[in-house]
Ligand binder design. Structure first.
Ligand SMILES: NC(=O)c1ccc[n+]([C@@H]2O[C@H](COP(=O)([O-])OP(=O)(O)OC[C@H]3O[C@@H](n4cnc5c(N)ncnc54)[C@H](OP(=O)(O)O)[C@@H]3O)[C@@H](O)[C@H]2O)c1
Length: 335
């Protein structure tokens, strides 16, 4: 069967399609999944270009969705034919994120899902939402769950509160959709007026072009009666954090998620404390949180925004498209 591996050193050119052995029959507690889709995240891109060092020959991609084709002895939660989606931290089933539970990340510290089939412990997957295509389900593992946890688990978001999203990438558009689903008021920034129009069509109440307004926190204050927002989905990192703190209301919450502008930088500590801001770092979430998100999606009409799909053998082209920043929402891979 076909898989994609990262071989040798260099950039995206190290991605190679290879033939690998079929995964065999599932043992007790395991399932065999025929993978049909993946989705791309900035994290997968950092792995692919070698900024996150991994083992030579690693199979990349953390998000995988497909159909159960076989079950091992004792598996009760899944049956042959079920549609499933992978977990970002398969060893973090529930409870606290202790180091041993967050050490295993498919497509990073262990082989991921850029392949046709896989045998894994059944609890490395959850059921996919009803009425979701495989591509739609594959967007949930990383981007969907991060946005869900930031707003719903950690927030915790209440109806009527205000939420600010930075940019129109995968995490931010999920956050926009979850915020609307939960009855919040929303503001979103982008470098593109055309993308802001599309965000309005998705329900954004206020839009701000961050290229036009480099001090966009002032715009946020103008549109929130001078008070600022309750929650910020902070995906930018060091170059955007000061604006995010300035855009927060007193006692607001910043879900610190992203590294789009770099890995370290200065923090205006006095503003942080005088505004009583809660700055919380987070990385994706547990399997239980994924199950809760999927229950919410089953009870609503919300579907992810998929910008473009590529076949697995065009993975390099798909990453180049992600690199260009032209996308609005998710880029998916068909296996
Ligand atoms: N902590 C976690 O668990 C976790 C999980 C998922 C992702 N992340 C991180 O979150 C970030 C976003 O991930 P993603 O997968 O959503 O990425 P993505 O889909 O590739 O989103 C990229 C988008 O971010 C926007 N952007 C870029 N620079 C910006 C800036 N300076 N200010 C505001 N927006 C900016 C752009 O939107 P416009 O084109 O609209 O300007 C761009 O299209 C990445 O750093 C990723 O590593 C973290």
């Amino acid at each position: 069967m076909k898989a994609t591996k990262l071989k040798g050193s260099g950039g995206l050119e190290r991605l190679a399609t290879v033939d690998i052995e079929e995964p065999g029959t599932p043992r007790a507690g395991e399932i065999l999944v025929r993978l049909h889709a993946n989705s791309l995240n900035y994290h997968d891109y950092l792995v692919a270009i070698g900024k996150i060092p991994t083992a030579d020959g690693l199979i990349p991609l953390s998000d995988g969705a497909g159909i159960v084709e076989g079950i091992g002895e004792g598996v009760r939660d899944f049956a042959v034919g079920d549609h499933v989606v992978s977990c970002f931290f398969p060893e973090w089933q529930d409870g606290e994120a202790v180091p041993s539970r967050v050490a295993t990340i498919p497509g990073d510290s262990t082989d991921g899902y850029a392949r046709e089939k896989v045998v894994r412990p059944a609890n490395w997957f959850t059921h996919a939402p009803k009425n979701y295509s495989h591509a739609e389900a594959a967007t949930l593992t990383t981007a969907g769950l991060t946005a869900w946890r930031a707003l719903v688990t950690d927030g915790p978001l209440k109806a009527g509160e205000t939420v600010l999203m930075l940019g129109t990438g995968g995490v931010s558009l999920f956050a926009l959709q979850f915020a609307k689903m939960m009855g919040a008021s929303t503001l979103i920034t982008s470098s593109s007026d055309e993308k802001l129009e599309r965000a309005r069509a998705l329900g954004a109440d206020h839009t701000i072009n961050y290229k036009q307004y480099p001090n966009w926190a002032d715009q946020v204050l103008d549109r929130t009666d001078g008070r600022g927002v309750h929650h910020v989905i902070e995906v930018g990192g060091p170059d955007t954090l000061t604006q995010s703190i300035n855009a927060c209301r007193i006692g607001g919450h910043i879900a610190f998620i992203g590294v789009l502008t770099g890995f370290s930088g200065a923090i205006p500590t006095v503003t942080l404390l005088t505004r009583h801001v809660r700055l919380q770092g987070l990385q994706v979430g547990s399997r239980q949180q994924q199950i809760e998100m999927i229950h919410a999606l089953d009870a609503n009409e919300t579907k992810p925004v998929i910008d473009k799909r590529f076949p697995l053998h065009d993975l390099i082209e798909a990453f180049r498209y992600e690199e260009s920043g032209a996308h609005f929402g998710k880029i998916c891979i068909d296996v």
